[in-house]
Design a protein around this ligand. Structure first.
Ligand SMILES: [Zn+2]
Length: 444
């Protein structure tokens, strides 16, 4: 079938953005996409330069009065190592039990291509007209953290003016159970440095008389939470928005709860805020985590010193309406108010990103729920993710755009892993979803 052949051609480009040896392939892949879009009825399609790898930018025929939808996807993929764990060559797609196996199958070529097929078919039937004005933005650097996308969006703000962004780069809940991701947590990264004696000193000669910065740091870090798992930093919960009762009811029914989180992590028990459910802890509550700790001697045997310094890397996950700068400032003030026993403390804010939330009662969500119901009989779950998707934050902060995140992948699609898959049936389902969704967005 022609559509599957074209999908396989798309998958055969080893468009690995992380590896300079493949940058030629990234570019060839972009050119192939441009040509495919032109052949399939888009009004314009171009390979556009950025400071790094190019984006493909395409548009449908524009008409006044229609809403404009910015459909985003990425055509770059993750590296493939370790190669020996693949059952087939990663860029030679095969179908096994209804699953397409190839690097990029789900992340993000399959999910994007399903939309592109929906658009191409609609353009063919409707003689070049879509129900919305469509801008397609296909990135070549997503898997390396989108280093050039922000500047590209800034420079082309007018050209990219739209009403809503649409991204399929997340997961369904399970086969047959679609999901709309309404929220993503933000982040604030900090470093904490504790300085004790001027140099590492003899623990026999001086130990007991001066503070040990490693022990001081341990107490500082322990002070960040109380015994119920709540963050003990004053004001930290001040700005946060609770999920709605309807969201919480939906989350309680998901097949992803305590047992699944314990199995996924290999942890023996849950921790964190005892007073809230496990999905609230990872989706709608802020956290402060220690990501790394350094102090003193770490080589073989022992070395009897009081170390001069101790440091920790921290990251806080943030929820609406926290901001990374304000959260970092509250943590700094909290740490500075603790007993330092003569040590000096330095807290540095490194970088951060804002949380994102599309209100569950937004008309965009209602339109998406309606479209999903036309394709899958089970109502779409409204979920959140505990991590950030930088492009979503950039769309919001640079273009002022909300994003509909509707995944076509499955949780076990092995994105970023060997033997990545995408259900072949989702090509057709995604194509239908695209058409239903654009029609519903057009009527808002
Ligand atoms: Zn990825």
């Amino acid at each position: 079938m022609k559509e599957i052949e074209e999908f396989f051609t798309y998958l055969r480009f080893p468009s690995i953005s992380a590896q300079p040896a493949h940058h030629g392939d990234v570019r060839t892949c972009a050119e192939w996409l441009r040509d495919w879009l032109i052949t399939h009825g888009l009004e314009s399609a171009e390979v556009r330069e950025t400071a790094g790898l190019p984006v493909v930018l395409a548009r449908s025929k524009f008409a006044k009065g229609r809403p404009t939808v910015l459909l985003y996807g990425h055509y770059d993929v993750q590296p493939v190592d370790p190669l020996e764990l693949w059952r087939h060559a990663p860029f030679e797609p095969v179908i096994e039990d209804g699953l397409v196996v190839a690097r990029g199958a789900t992340d993000n070529k399959g999910q994007t291509f399903a939309h592109l097929l929906g658009i191409a078919e609609a353009l063919l039937v409707e003689e070049g007209e879509l129900p919305v004005n469509l801008i397609l933005l296909l990135e070549g650097e997503e898997e390396i953290g989108s280093p050039s996308l922000g500047a590209f969006l800034e420079a082309h703000r007018e050209e990219l003016r739209a009403d809503i962004a649409l991204v399929s780069d997340t997961s369904m809940v399970a086969p047959g159970r679609p999901a709309i991701t309404t929220g993503l947590r933000g982040i604030a990264c900090l470093e904490v440095h504790v300085q004790g004696p001027a140099r590492d000193v003899h623990s026999g000669m001086f130990g007991g008389a001066i503070a040990n910065p490693a022990a001081v740091l341990a107490r500082l870090l322990a002070s960040l939470h109380d015994e119920t798992g709540r963050i003990a930093v004053e004001g930290f919960y001040g700005d946060i928005a609770d999920p709605t009762a309807e969201e919480l009811r939906g989350w309680a029914e998901l097949p992803y709860q305590e047992a699944e989180i314990l199995a996924a992590t290999g942890s023996a028990a849950l921790a964190g805020e005892r007073a809230v459910t496990v999905l609230e802890r990872v989706w709608s509550r802020p956290t402060i985590e220690v990501n790394g700790l350094t102090s003193g001697y770490q080589g073989a045997g022992s070395k009897t010193i009081v170390p001069a310094t101790a440091s920790a890397k921290l990251s806080a996950r943030l929820v609406p309406h926290q901001t990374p700068e304000a959260a970092a400032e509250l943590i700094r003030r909290h740490l500075e108010a603790q007993p330092l026993e003569g040590c000096r403390l330095r807290v540095e804010y490194d970088h951060g990103g804002n949380p994102y939330l599309l209100s569950a009662d937004s008309p965009w969500i209602a339109a998406a729920q309606g479209a999903l119901a036309e394709v899958w009989p089970v109502p779409a779950a409204l979920v959140r993710e505990g991590l950030s998707i930088p492009v979503v934050e950039k769309f919001k902060s640079i273009l002022g755009l909300d994003t509909l995140l509707i995944g076509l992948g499955l949780p076990d699609c092995l994105a970023h892993s060997p033997n990545e898959t995408f259900p072949l049936a989702h090509l057709e389902l995604g194509k239908r979803l695209n058409q239903c969704l654009l029609r519903r967005l057009a009527s808002l």
